[in-house]
Ligand binder design. Structure first.
Ligand code: CAA
Length: 295
């Protein structure tokens, strides 16, 4: 019986990946850089719009490796190697010899399209492009590419180090060799890959946002956050929905809600209240402390 995941092309089609580029050095991007370097043992270069952001991303990777070392989850030589493999640059020229470049920048279609146009001007024709988008259309992102068949969705979940699933998104023109490489990478990363269609928010976030949307709606309608939170606790969720929305980031949660609303209408209502809170700089609706009290 074949162990190939459903829908995955023949693995013989997969191309070798010897250097990876990550566009962005924010929290998701830095977590990806760490995972790639640690598991695939290949050089990973992160880029961002200024040196401070790049430095922060690289510093995050180093700090996380140190934590793993403290917990004896990684050996000293592997820790040193992982750190050395991750570098940063303010220029996308650093991607010139990469064979796989993934973007993890803000959830705006025009931003991602701009990023890919810049990346395509630098990389080779064979370089695979991937997006870590959680809700935008991969097909739309591929539209203006010179080689649209090289783009694949590669959607990780936060926290990347511990969440086992990876959604691989096939757009109508995604090449079989590109898809086969994505599945091989997933295997190297020790993630469980599932092939999903290019539909708004794919599979996981579509389901998760039903729950989150209702929690936020209850909050909007006047249910205090701590009441909603303690009512949900017996359901055995791995994390409070409020802690989860804070971890993902309210603006990202809001963007996913908008994508789902655009695709499915009132089934995914957009919270106007959430927008107001974001505009006022609120970072989390409510974060429970270890004993359930707000912090
Ligand atoms: N980075 C790295 N490692 C982390 C981490 C992080 N941010 N958070 C937790 N961990 C590690 C811990 O260090 C710990 O590792 P060790 O066993 O080596 O010590 C391990 O994970 C378990 O952590 P804890 O014991 O502290 O906590 P836990 O048992 O409550 O598990 C959790 C933590 C795995 C995050 C769990 O709470 C969980 O599954 N939460 C739900 C997360 C989720 O739903 N994510 C998807 C969000 S949607 C998304 O990703 C964004 C999007 O597309 C829009």
């Amino acid at each position: 019986r074949s162990k190939r995941p459903a829908g995955a092309p023949d693995r013989k089609l997969a191309r070798p990946v010897t250097k990876i580029g990550v566009v962005g050095a924010g929290l998701m991007a830095s977590q990806l850089a760490l995972l790639f370097a640690r598991q695939l043992k290949v050089p990973v270069v992160m880029t961002d719009i200024d040196q401070a952001r790049v430095d922060k991303g690289v510093a995050y990777v180093h700090a996380e490796v140190d934590k793993l070392l403290d917990k004896k989850r990684i050996k000293a030589d592997a820790a040193n190697r992982t750190k050395a493999l991750v570098t940063g640059s303010v220029s996308k020229d650093a991607f010139a010899d990469a064979d796989f470049v993934i973007e993890a920048v803000f959830e705006e279609l025009h931003v991602k399209k701009q990023v890919f146009a810049e990346v395509e001007a630098i990389v080779s024709a064979e370089c695979i492009l991937a997006t870590n988008t959680s809700s935008l259309s991969v097909t739309a992102m591929a539209e203006e590419l010179q080689y649209p068949e090289r783009l694949v969705g590669f959607h990780f979940f936060n926290p990347v180090a511990v969440m086992p699933l990876l959604e691989i998104v096939r757009a109508p023109r995604t090449d079989d060799a590109v898809l086969a490489t994505a599945f091989e990478l997933a295997k190297g990363l020790k993630k469980t890959a599932v092939l999903v269609k290019d539909a708004a928010a794919f599979v996981v976030n579509r389901i998760l946002l039903r729950l989150m949307g209702e929690v936020i709606a209850a909050f909007d309608e006047g249910t205090p956050a701590e009441v909603a939170d303690s009512a949900l606790r017996p359901m055995g969720l791995p994390m409070s929905p409020f802690a989860l929305s804070a971890m993902v980031g309210l603006p990202v949660a809001q963007h996913v809600q908008e994508s789902l609303h655009a695709a499915f209408g009132e089934r995914f209502a957009v919270s106007q209240n959430l927008q107001k809170l974001i505009d006022n700089g609120v970072k989390s609706l409510w974060v429970p402390g270890p004993d359930g009290t707000p912090v």
